[in-house]
Design a protein around this ligand. Structure first.
Ligand SMILES: [Zn+2]
Length: 400
């Protein structure tokens, strides 16, 4: 008998027993090659099953139709209802995964609150669907909610001219024009169910209750405009979203929407600020495995970008287009959809160098080229990034 069949018409006690049966606890962790501690070792939640992270806090996975094939979502028992953080992207597999969780864990109680860490489809793609299904509320930061709606409403079948201009200016060959025009510009709309017309706003320093505990909202920027992380004030738990992932580096890109953006400045400064998070919390990331070692991971992520900036500075002894900088930044050959992510990242690194006076831009009317200037002094880099316009947020100690 499957759990789905078993669940039909079950009593509350049966639902509770079933919940217990599907909830695995952690059995002893391991230290990975990366030096991080993984309390659940190699275990990850599959299908409708969940792993218990703490009392009333559960980790589940929703499959994604991309090369990054899953997102972690977290569920919080509120007594007579549930809260969830993040949702998966729109699609049948994601909806089926939620239905399986409903059967295995929810015990007949509704989800009344959906929290979206940020606007990306894998995070809020099913937020609108869950809100409709359970008459729940949606909680997000304002920049993420408004940007999500803006991108969703701006989705078009045809690739707009500003996108083409952006790609050509970065050094993409015009021979690809018809191929680029043949693509669509509504992927976001495909991956995201229409968002609810209203939301509850959280911002940097907000305090919310989740699963009977107090949580402080800590904003990270650069991967998305106002990404919410949640830092528990009553127990050492940190929900990191895409801001801190255990073995992949989150994409930090310049997009055609804001072609002169400097997101890497925000990103590095956000990571540095998170070094002020107290203690050694268990980290609940959006991808990969739950881990411990937040501070070591923050150091490694910052170091990784500094290394890339250095190699880019060394590479650009002659003026180079963003496309021509790939060999300095990526070890693997960049292909397919990865090309767009890589291009956005390359431009982000170049813009940061430019803003620090470490690269000069030449625009010949069609293509941007960047050439290294000045001396790359690693020990001053972070301090210089933090004083760039708009980058500084309040000291973390002021919001704890
Ligand atoms: Zn993301």
């Amino acid at each position: 008998m499957t759990s789905t069949q078993k669940n039909k018409g079950q009593s509350k006690n049966e639902a509770e027993a079933l919940t217990q049966a599907n909830v695995a606890d952690h059995r002893g962790g391991i230290v990975g090659d990366d030096g991080l501690y993984y309390p659940f070792a190699d275990q990850v939640p599959e299908g409708g099953d969940v792993l218990k992270v703490a009392d009333g806090v559960f980790w589940a996975r929703i499959p994604l139709p991309w090369s990054l094939d899953h997102i972690n979502v977290y569920l919080f028992d509120e007594g007579d209802s549930w809260s969830v953080v993040d949702t998966g992207s729109q699609g049948n597999r994601g909806r089926a995964a939620w239905e399986a969780i409903e059967e295995s864990l929810l015990g007949g109680k509704p989800i009344t609150r959906v929290i979206g860490t940020h606007l990306h489809p894998d995070h809020v793609g099913l937020a609108g669907w869950l809100v409709e299904r359970y008459d729940a509320s949606l909680t997000m930061t304002m920049m993420e909610y408004l940007s999500a709606n803006n991108i969703w409403l701006g989705g078009t079948k045809e690739v707009p001219q500003h996108e083409l201009d952006f790609l050509f200016r970065a050094g993409v060959s015009r021979q690809f024009e018809s191929m680029i025009r043949g693509a669509r510009f509504d992927n976001y709309r495909k991956g995201v169910h229409e968002l609810p017309p209203k939301f509850l706003r959280i911002e940097d320093g907000s305090e919310i209750m989740l699963g009977g505990r107090r949580w402080r909202v800590v904003i990270g920027r650069g991967h998305s405009p106002e990404h919410a992380c949640l830092s528990c004030l009553d127990e050492p738990i940190f929900i990191s979203g895409d801001q801190v992932l255990p073995n992949i580096t989150s994409n930090v890109s310049v997009y055609s929407r804001e072609p002169q953006a400097n997101p890497l400045a925000y990103w590095i400064a956000s990571l540095d600020r998170m070094r002020g998070i107290p203690g050694d919390p268990i980290v609940l990331p959006s991808h990969g495995r739950v881990f411990k070692g937040l501070h070591a991971r923050l150091d490694a992520l910052i170091e990784g970008h500094v290394k890339k900036l250095r190699s880019l500075h060394e590479w650009c002894t002659e003026a180079k287009t963003p496309v021509e900088t790939f060999p300095a930044l990526f070890r693997r050959k960049v292909e397919g959809m990865d090309f767009y992510l890589a291009l956005g990242e390359a431009i982000a690194h170049l813009h940061l160098l430019e803003s620090l006076g470490l690269a000069a831009r030449e625009f010949d009317g069609t293509v941007d080229r960047f050439m290294a200037t000045g001396a790359f002094e690693e020990d001053q880099l972070l301090d210089r990034v933090k004083i760039l316009p708009g980058v500084a947020l309040r000291e973390l100690s002021d919001i704890y």
